[in-house]
Design a protein around this ligand. Structure first.
Ligand code: ZN
Ligand code: ZN
Length: 311
């Protein structure tokens, strides 16, 4: 799993931050969370391709989260996309998409299938599932928790050697779940593989006040991307406008026992995000401030020993 931050600013773009969009690459699939204006151009500066986007999840219908859709769809069409695109969002997403597709002189060269989601929905694909959580903003707004499907258990090399399995294609066959035969003996995958390993878990809050429901859904995520519009001195404004302070995001991350927290949806008032980082790290040390075009791999190998997971 690779996470690519395309836009990390809140409400309006600034010279340092475009408005919200975060891509998650799973194999050759790209899943996009929110699509603020200019997202298709941000893709061009990044390691991810907008032509590989298979699904887009929109958290809510404030402009900084969806106004990039018409331009992204038109750019995909100009680039010859034929594959269907699925767009998911809060109630009103489908009617908004009808307006988007009717803008100006444009006919999409591919089909856009739009679905309105609500709390508790789960979008299932072969490689992952996305759980939908209603969060607490000034308008209907959704947080999303993506979980990869479970992976085969760890391959026990010593055990395989003991059983006389020669290294090479037969190792691969066992790892793919096939039983093999060696000198008349049947060797099944369960003899050399550990218990199945869970898939990676990625949670993204959208715009919200601290949400208990989202905290529960994000439990033990490998990566939590949480909005952190302002610092604690502006907590009254944060509450009024349906946002979270950096400290509150860190408290949520700590309570949810996540592995790492990335703050995004940073207000354009912060030319330097250090105050946000400082107050969050005082509560939850594994905190980072997301920057535009920052990307990183979430490595499955280093989560073998993660303890305390209950999902
Ligand atoms: Zn916003
Ligand atoms: Zn909003």
């Amino acid at each position: 799993m690779r996470v690519v931050f395309l836009g990390t600013g809140g409400s309006l773009p600034s010279p340092k931050r475009n408005v919200t969009a975060v891509a998650v690459q799973l194999g050759s699939d790209v899943i996009l969370f929110d699509c603020g204006e200019g997202t298709q151009r941000q893709f061009m500066f990044s390691s991810a391709s907008f032509m590989k986007v298979s699904a887009i999840f929109i958290s809510h219908l404030h402009g900084d989260h969806f106004l990039g859709l018409p331009a992204l769809i038109q750019s995909m069409s100009f680039n010859g996309r034929e594959k269907q695109l699925r767009v998911f969002g809060p109630p009103g997403m489908s009617s908004t998409m009808r307006s988007i597709l009717g803008l100006g002189y444009f006919t999409s060269g591919f089909e856009v299938v739009t679905s309105d989601l609500e709390d508790g929905d789960v979008v299932r694909e072969a490689e992952y599932a996305v759980k939908v959580v209603a969060v607490e903003h000034t308008v209907p707004s959704l947080g999303f928790v993506l979980e990869g499907t479970s992976r085969p258990g760890r391959f026990n090399l010593e055990k395989a050697k003991e059983l006389g399995v020669p290294s090479g294609p037969l190792f691969g066959a066992l790892q793919e779940g096939r039983t093999i035969e060696i000198d008349g003996r049947m060797i099944s995958p369960s003899m050399v593989l550990g218990p199945p390993r869970r898939g990676l878990k990625f949670a993204i809050s959208g715009d919200t006040r601290p949400s208990q429901r989202f905290e529960e859904a994000a439990h033990c995520s490998d990566v939590l991307v949480h909005e952190s519009t302002v610092t604690s001195d502006l907590i009254v404004d944060a509450r009024e406008y349906g946002h979270t302070t950096a400290r509150q995001a860190a408290e949520l991350a700590r309570n949810a026992k996540v592995r790492s927290l990335y703050l995004y949806h940073i207000s354009s008032r912060y030319d330097d995000p250090q105050p946000l980082l400082d107050e969050a790290r005082a509560v939850f040390p594994a905190t980072y401030v997301a920057e535009d075009l920052m990307s990183f791999d979430v490595n499955g190998a280093d989560i073998e020993d993660t303890e305390g997971r209950s999902e």
